[in-house]
Design a protein around this ligand. Sequence first.
Ligand SMILES: Cc1cc2nc3c(=O)[nH]c(=O)nc-3n(C[C@H](O)[C@H](O)[C@H](O)COP(=O)(O)O)c2cc1C
Length: 224
Amino acid sequence: MYNFLKTNIMDKDAIEDLKNHYSQIGLNKTNLDPDPLNQFKSWFKDAVNANLFEPGATCLSTATKEGQPSARTVLLKGVDKRGFLFFSNYESRKAQELGQNPRAALVVAWIELGRQICISGKVSRISKDESTKYFHTRPIGSQLSAWASPQSKVINNRHILEKQRLKIEKKFHGGKIPLPPFWGGYCLTPVTVEFWQSRPNRLHDRLRYKRLINNEWIIERLAP
Ligand SMILES: Cc1cc2nc3c(=O)[nH]c(=O)nc-3n(C[C@H](O)[C@H](O)[C@H](O)COP(=O)(O)O)c2cc1C
């Protein structure tokens, strides 16, 4: 237990140094990539290099057509020129809300590095082929659980879930597990992407990319 704590404290020091370094440099239009997706990738690399736990953990906010929001954590699984990719159950609460209202937001907070990225845009499903490819990279246990869990539905007890999982395991019995028809990927195409960097005395930097009608990006500074 003591060693565990000690290791954490040492790592914490190194991360604190990194945070201070970023905080000294700060953000300005000249040290940002003109494309927010490239800028995201660069910060993501920093988070991975800092050995942060689950750097892809992201808060996804959706809303019903009446505007009632809901939020939950998902794991970002890719960023490319289309936008930000994540995977889920297509019958879940988030999926139902995205079906009614594709506008959504993501927040990635790397608190240890004093960084946050807030993204807004519209979400669409990715192709079945792409979802299938990703599905088969997941551990077998996760593939089976995706089949077994009616995500977001009320269930009477955990036993039902475990029974269902065993049933599915028997059904596919060592063979290749197909993509469930109710499971797949989403892509959030960004309209705004804001990079927040902590600075001394809480006079932080906020630089927001906004997509123009011609798909070019402008960068604006916001007050912290
Ligand atoms: C660290 C973490 C990562 C998660 N990643 C995902 C994910 O990638 N996809 C997903 O559907 N749910 C993920 N979840 C579960 C969701 O937060 C949520 O419980 C689930 O998607 C149901 O949400 P909904 O009922 O609002 O649709 C994750 C939860 C945590 C804590």
